[in-house]
Design a protein around this ligand. Structure first.
Ligand code: ZN
Ligand code: ZN
Ligand code: ZN
Length: 162
């Protein structure tokens, strides 16, 4: 299991946005200016954001007010195109870390650092997930989703602690 580096410089973020634009074009949908700006807000954050936080930052950066409803609509669009993911336990959004990758997207799982609130996206092999789901369903429980969100301390925070 490994994680991808997060884009941090303006140039890296611009590159990811351009790639997102091509992905949408391939899907036959349009990454409008507003959707692109919402994705940019999500990309520029070092931690996952709620729709309210995104609306606030959008207003600060672009001097334009978006209703939280329209932020949700744009986030759903970005999510359907696998450009962002939603943390189900906290209802926050983070960018997909594989936007510029060529490989297939695995079922994403998340490692959430309780200290810096950074999140890493990890792919877990389908067989492991299927086995886990089968074990859970053996108890009579019906799973609605297969997304796992692990909490802990990231390696950067662990090093600064030591
Ligand atoms: Zn992803
Ligand atoms: Zn990747
Ligand atoms: Zn951390």
């Amino acid at each position: 299991m490994r994680t991808e580096a997060h884009p941090t410089t303006n140039r890296e973020i611009a590159n990811v946005l351009d790639q997102a634009q091509s992905i949408c074009a391939e899907h036959g949908v349009r990454l409008t200016e507003k959707r692109r700006r919402v994705l940019q807000v999500v990309l520029e954050s070092s931690e996952p954001l709620s729709a309210y936080q995104i609306a606030d930052q959008y207003r600060d950066q672009h001097g334009q007010t978006l209703s939280v409803m329209s932020v949700y609509r744009m986030l759903n669009f970005l999510k359907d195109n696998e450009l962002v993911h939603r943390l189900e336990t906290t209802n926050q959004y983070l960018p997909c870390s594989h936007i510029t990758c060529k490989h297939d997207h695995e079922v994403p799982q998340f490692l959430i650092c309780d200290q810096c609130h950074g999140v890493d996206e990890v792919g877990i092999r389908k067989e492991i997930l299927n086995e886990l789901s089968a074990n859970i369903e053996d108890t009579g429980f019906t799973l609605a989703r297969q997304q796992i969100e692990f909490h802990g301390i990231c390696s950067a925070c662990r090093q600064t602690r030591a």
